[in-house]
Design a protein around this ligand. Structure first.
Ligand code: BES
Ligand code: ZN
Length: 436
């Protein structure tokens, strides 16, 4: 049995779509893994929202305990044993238009997502929070000073360090250790900044916490406005995780965590103090259906945190397509995406394009579901990304030990943090006149 599973890992099921052989293999192994997943690690029941199209394909491949369909938006809600989740994820890659899956621990939340109108959510949140955002390049002296400081050796070191954990699975001890390691690392960079907080965000249903570093805004009129840069810290391999599965997750997503860490290092090394508050977040449990970011984004919404913009960094180091950066167009904000285009043209001078996943493929979808402004710059066209993700081969060796491609993303993250973290003088004046 073990050999078969490893065999499956070696076959890869990243961004290259399955042929018929792949589908066939997946269905046989699906049955097998149902047993292994449940027997070896125990599991819970989950609610999952997904497109009805995907459900019709996987319906007879997995055990569905309960099912509710929304015919108006082509989405379904199912109740499954957690061991079935990986099977869903693997099928999703067979076709671009498939939606989800997003996991939920309660039926109530599942129903909310089943009926949610994502576009309307965005409009109503934007209306409720009128920010005076100005998407312009107003801090060239600072950005041009910081951008050349991005150091590939650091990116390499962090990608290696985090892919050396046996795995970073959200239920494993390694998954917890990796977050603690990251916390210590970020604390080291922030050590001369007493106002900076670095906190674990604990999730009640699984062991791995998320990590949130906060640089409070220095401008008291704008410190309640929050800019978020994040990426997931967890990793997975194949259908199941578990404590001892090898899931290095170098590209997916040690490369995003390395970019966040290098960005932080440079901001602190230059003693940068933003006008707005900036938060760096390492999300737990993305691979299990966006669990960590979903809880954080809905917590922020509930607490009326004024999130002015979110940048998602997930997979940055594999150059799979002709251009350097691809802006994901679905489940993201068009206006902020255009702003990212301006940042790339103005500060990075590299090529960029657009691409789409066809489903909420990463944590940006959690923010989008709360109606918040989010963008997701990606390493390649979505279907040309690293073929090794979710396998034991997702190591830095796949990019010859280099992190050249990730440099672009660290530069973009710096430009984004500084420009959105700053308030234009005209906006400062008008807010003063209004007595804010
Ligand atoms: N890093 C991937 C997202 C991704 C994969 C983006 C391929 C673009 C192309 C992420 O970690 C992931 O694996 N997401 C899941 C979906 C999630 C909701 C469980 C996926 O795409 O299979
Ligand atoms: Zn992944």
């Amino acid at each position: 049995m073990r050999i078969t599973v490893n065999d499956y890992f070696r076959s890869g099921h990243g961004c290259k779509h399955f042929g018929c052989g792949g589908l066939f293999r997946a269905s046989i192994l699906g049955g097998l893994m149902m047993f292994i997943g449940t027997a070896a690690w125990g599991s819970e029941q989950l609610w999952v929202t997904l497109s009805s199209e995907l459900l019709s394909i996987v319906d007879n491949k997995i055990v569905v305990l309960e099912k509710i369909e929304n015919q108006n938006n082509g989405r379904s809600l199912i109740k499954i044993d957690e061991s079935q989740l990986g099977i869903l994820v693997s099928y999703k890659h067979t076709q671009q238009s498939f939606g989800g899956p997003i996991s939920h621990y309660s039926k109530e939340e599942g129903i909310e997502y089943l009926y949610k109108n994502f576009a309307a959510e965005e409009l109503s949140t934007l209306k409720a929070n009128i920010f005076s955002l100005e998407y312009s390049l107003k801090k060239p002296e600072i950005v041009n000073l910081l951008v050349p400081q991005v150091n590939e050796d650091n990116l390499i070191a962090w990608i290696k360090k985090f892919s050396e954990f046996k795995n970073r699975y959200y239920k494993s001890t390694w998954g917890v250790e990796a977050v603690n390691k990251l916390k210590t690392l970020w604390e080291g960079y922030a050590k001369n900044r007493p106002e900076v907080t670095i906190e674990l965000f604990k999730h009640s249903k699984f062991a791995q916490p998320s990590l949130i570093l906060t640089i409070p805004g220095k401008n008291l009129s704008f410190a309640d406005e929050v800019v978020v840069l994040g990426g997931h810290v967890d990793s997975t391999a194949g259908y199941v995780g578990g404590n001892n599965v090898r899931a290095p997750g170098a590209d997916d997503n040690a490369s995003g965590i390395a970019v966040l860490t290098e960005t932080l290092r440079i901001l602190f090394a230059n003693d940068y103090h933003p006008d707005r508050t900036i938060k760096f977040i390492a999300y737990a449990a993305e691979e299990a259906g966006l669990l960590g970011s979903k809880e954080i984004a809905s917590n922020f919404k509930k607490n009326k945190v004024k999130v002015v913009g979110v940048l998602q960094l997930d997979m940055t180091n594999y150059r799979g397509s002709a251009s350097d950066i691809y802006l994901i167009t679905d489940y993201t904000n068009k206006t902020q995406n255009e702003f990212l285009g301006k940042l790339i043209d103005g500060y990075l001078h590299v090529s960029w394009g657009q691409s789409s996943c066809g489903y909420g493929c990463s944590d940006h979808a959690s923010w989008n579901a709360q109606g918040m402004i989010v963008s997701f710059p990606f390493e390649a066209e979505a279907n040309q990304c690293s073929p090794d993700i979710h396998t034991e081969r997702d190591l830095i060796d796949a990019t010859q030990g280099r992190a050249e491609h990730s440099i672009n993303f660290a530069k973009l993250a710096l430009a984004y943090a500084v420009e959105l973290g700053s308030v234009a003088p005209s906006i400062m004046m008008s807010s003063r006149m209004q007595g804010n």
